[in-house]
Design a protein around this ligand. Structure first.
Ligand code: MRU
Length: 351
């Protein structure tokens, strides 16, 4: 696990949410304190906290931050505020289902409590639930690490995309947890990290995490992945996911779909690592997953430098969908789904 968590609750019921500001990495390692729900919303929207599981944990704590001021008020006022805060946080980002999953858990926790409970007691119960979400996520990361490492056991090189590590979760990560565990067993493992245009989560965050943990990492531009596969430098591709539909189609950072096609063309296994909280069995297929589109400036003026003509039209989807048929296996905390079929997904996730 990272020396410092990406998402942490500091203090007790009157505490606050502390985040590593991921927009500043790798050159500045700065903590930010969120004491209002607007700050939490902004931190999620602008990717100060990012990665599907970490967004879920941050949102759960965001509910506490948003309701603290009503803790001494009658339940009717507290309940109205809670509804507002849940709805508001749900508007921060659309694709990672972990956000909605965590908010639904907070909502269900409130609904289970008797109406006679004082507002402060309900807030306390909600904080317990947020802490449970965090602790469970850490355990899920550890389990995915163990299952994933088995699949990577015979690899001398693996390729990954975006950031799926300690910064993206409450624990060691999803795909990166598997890589950390595989590298522990095989210290010679070479990790090829896509830089991940346009916001460079691979270059800024994944390379940073791997170097910190002493894992061999080689950074490549996204467009070099085909060449790395052709040269047989990797024997597996492993990525995370933001939402997985009932048929196993997996939405993840833009570029993932292309990698799945390339891996198939080169006969290389393509693995997705994601906890059960990333599955959305209400959606039949990946076509129904809402895909976030982000500002054109991320492409035309990335990191403050203009790199395209002024007013050039831009298409900037933040995610794409790897179809189940391109996915060799999905690694969850409950086990490995292989082959990726509707039945196997349902069996693993619904139990
Ligand atoms: O836009 P981001 O940085 O939040 O996108 C993150 C990803 O796409 C990750 O690969 C995904 O959330 C898996 S996280 C463990």
């Amino acid at each position: 696990m990272n020396p410092r968590p990406a998402v942490a609750w500091i203090g007790q019921l009157d505490g606050y949410l502390q985040l590593i500001d991921q927009t500043l990495l790798p050159t500045q390692d700065v903590l930010i304190d969120c004491r209002t729900v607007e700050q939490v919303w902004e931190a999620i929207k602008s990717l100060r906290v990012r990665g599907a599981p970490a967004i879920g944990v941050a949102a759960a704590y965001g509910v506490i931050v948003g309701c603290q001021s009503q803790a001494e008020l009658p339940r009717s006022e507290f309940d109205a505020r809670l509804t507002h805060v849940l709805d508001y946080l749900a508007t921060s980002r659309p694709t990672a289902v972990n956000l909605f999953w965590a908010l639904d858990r907070m909502k269900a926790t409130a609904a289970e409590q008797p109406d006679t409970l004082l507002s402060s007691e309900l807030l306390s119960r909600l904080l317990e639930e947020a802490r449970t979400i965090e602790v469970e996520d850490r355990a899920m990361c550890a389990a995915m690490g163990r299952f994933g490492a088995e699949l990577l056991a015979n690899c001398s090189g693996v390729l990954t995309h975006c950031n799926t590590g300690g910064l993206a979760t409450a624990g060691d990560g999803t795909a990166l947890a598997a890589i950390f565990a595989a590298a522990k067993a095989n210290p010679k493992l070479q990790v090829y990290a896509d830089e991940t245009r346009p916001l460079l989560q691979g270059a800024r965050l994944t390379a940073w995490e791997l170097l910190q943990r002493g894992v061999h990492v080689t950074l490549i531009c996204d467009s070099m992945a085909a060449c790395v596969m052709k040269l047989r430098r990797v024997q597996a591709v492993i990525v995370g996911a933001d939402r997985i539909a009932a048929n196993g189609d997996a939405a993840n950072k833009i570029g993932t779909y292309g990698l799945s096609v390339l891996a198939k063309a080169h006969g290389i296994p393509f693995y997705v690592a994601a906890p059960s909280s990333t599955f959305d069995l209400t959606l039949e297929s990946g076509e129904l997953i809402p895909i976030e589109e982000r500002a054109a400036s991320e492409i035309t003026n990335g990191f403050g430098k203009q790199t395209a003509p002024t007013d050039c039209p831009v298409f900037n989807p933040a995610f794409d969908v790897a179809p189940a048929e391109n996915i060799t296996a999905i690694i969850t905390e409950r086990g490995v789904i292989q082959p990726v079929t509707v039945d196997n997904v349902r069996k693993m996730i619904k139990g």
